[in-house]
Design a protein around this ligand. Sequence first.
Ligand code: NAD
Ligand code: ZN
Ligand code: ZN
Length: 316
Amino acid sequence: MKAVCWHSAHDVRVETVPDPKILNPRDAIIKITSTAICGSDLHLYEGNIPTMESGDILGHEFMGEVVETGKEVKNLQKGDRVVVPFTIACGGCFFCQKDLWSLCDNSNPNAWMAEKFYGHSPSGLFGYSHLLGGYAGGQAEYARIPYADVGPLKVPDDLEDDKVLFLTDIFPTGYMAAENADIEPGDTVAVWGCGPVGQFAIKSAYMLGAARVIAIDRFPERLQMAQEQGKAEVINYEEIDAGEALKEMTGGRGPDRCIEAVGMEAHGTDAMAAYDKVKQGVKLETGRPTALRQAIVACRKGGDSVYSWGIWWLGR
Ligand SMILES: NC(=O)c1ccc[n+]([C@@H]2O[C@H](COP(=O)([O-])OP(=O)(O)OC[C@H]3O[C@@H](n4cnc5c(N)ncnc54)[C@H](O)[C@@H]3O)[C@@H](O)[C@H]2O)c1
Ligand SMILES: [Zn+2]
Ligand SMILES: [Zn+2]
């Protein structure tokens, strides 16, 4: 089959690789019909995630059609259309029993590596380094789905791929950020970053009761989408100081809830941002918390600031 393979930072190639096979009775093989590139794939592309190996197949946002099932997979049949969550979960451990699927204790065979870096290990993930399991990803023609009796979600025939693909990761991530922000009816919510996570966080904030959403980025087309489709007011932080603008737009009080949907490669123009870049460059920190810092500072007294990236794993 053809697959997108990572070789090193900035070196990603479409290559012919062996087709996946059923390895365990709870596996299924799916033929991929749609797949996406996530902002998180940029961290792999930039070489910021340790334990990637040359030839690793990328992709954790995908869906498709079941072509084969292991003998213990009773809930899926050949021909079923499924969306596959990016986190792999056994369904039976302490965390799965608490619906904390992304923290599954059984799906990461390399948990010790993650523990070394981060203290605890999350679940295994598709296409996201060896410290998160070394599983082949879904930017490919086929993928092996471990614990296929737990994760995949059957899709009704009348829903097109484009309507459900984002359930794999990016929509729940934006939604969870808004949920964790404990939005109250009438709140003003500020969202840093207008990438896919930010766009879904904007929509989710309104769904959860926000009266106003203010979105911040520097790319005009992303701000335009936030404005037109998300109904957000927008700030281009390259044109005006976002912190000052937010103060002004909220009568000096600051937004009630602040959501950071930017991530570890935040862009910044001030001295702190330059300092963050140097620290990241010499591996003294893994991310650049420029936007996160702004969100915490801008939030009104007694408000909530949350970050969207990594919440599936690190908690709030
Ligand atoms: N489940 C998860 O934990 C999960 C899922 C998806 C994405 N993520 C993470 O969430 C983050 C966002 O994902 P995405 O796909 O939307 O990424 P993206 O890279 O498409 O979007 C990030 C946006 O932030 C903007 N930005 C950069 N610096 C900024 C600043 N200082 N202020 C305001 N905006 C700024 C960029 O211009 C860009 O438009 C990434 O770090 C990604 O890894 C986590
Ligand atoms: Zn993702
Ligand atoms: Zn589990």
